[in-house]
Write a protein that binds this ligand. Structure first.
Ligand code: G3P
Ligand code: CA
Length: 233
């Protein structure tokens, strides 16, 4: 489907800055990624926050307030260069960057009741074309698609084999080790895009570009850009 895959900065340029933080997203923008990918959860007081795990310091995100979550310095965990880096809200990320955003919804309505409505409220002032929504939970994507016309939703999976992909999905994002040419062609024949995650090896990037994948999730968007450029000649 695509000779030049989209560069999707996984949790931002997360090799170089604390994942899912404003510095990682700004860096991805500087590195000319096409998209940033981020993970959202909902706090006890109903704010959408951007981070990967369900727990922080052994406490559930849904049992913490935004104030409590933002009192944690996540930068210090990685290196002193990023001291004073905090877990951002989705609103902050959308304001601070101009890039397109792949929003992965972590959890579901059982864990975070009302998360779809909350998400739609946060994004309502932006064009829907700025976003792709993804989740391992296809039910939450079905609900989102029903509530917001024009939303592009993509199904995440570990292995795509033996899995069914409902027709409301625009694409499938599998763990990269399960992606091969036959699988890509089969998905394309069903009008589904294929974007493997998370690829940080330039040789594997090259292989996927040749297979015609539509996008690649990577922690090193600068490297993927170079690989894509080098494939042009
Ligand atoms: O969207 C691709 C990737 O982010 C899915 O896995 O665990 O990194 O959120 P994970
Ligand atoms: Ca993710």
């Amino acid at each position: 489907m695509n000779s030049k895959p989209l560069i999707i900065a996984h949790r931002g340029a997360s090799r170089y800055a604390p994942e899912n933080t404003i510095p990682a997203f700004k860096l991805a923008e500087e590195m000319k990624a096409d998209f940033i990918e981020l993970d959202i959860h909902m706090t006890k007081d109903g704010e959408l926050v951007v981070l990967h795990p369900f727990l922080i310091r052994n406490m559930k995100i849904k049992e913490l307030t935004l104030k409590e979550i933002q009192s944690i310095d996540v930068g210090i965990l990685l290196s002193f260069n990023h001291k004073s880096t905090y877990i951002p809200t989705l609103k902050e990320v959308l304001k601070e960057t101009n890039l397109k955003v792949n929003i992965e919804i972590k959890g579901n309505e059982r864990i975070y009741p009302g998360i779809v409505d909350k998400l739609l409220k946060v994004i309502e002032k932006y064009p829907i074309e700025r976003f792709i929504f993804s989740s391992f939970d296809f039910n939450i994507l079905r609900e989102l698609k029903k509530k917001r016309e024009g939303a592009v939703v993509e199904g995440l999976c570990f292995s795509p084999y033996g899995k069914s992909f409902p027709s409301f999905l625009s694409g499938v994002n599998p763990y990269f080790v399960f992606v091969n040419k036959r699988m890509v062609d089969r998905m394309h024949s069903r009008k589904l895009t294929v974007k493997p995650y998370t690829v940080n090896n330039p040789f594997i990037m090259k292989r996927f570009i040749k297979m015609g994948v539509d996008g690649i999730f990577t922690d090193i968007p600068d490297v993927l850009r170079k690989v894509i450029e080098s494939q042009k000649h």
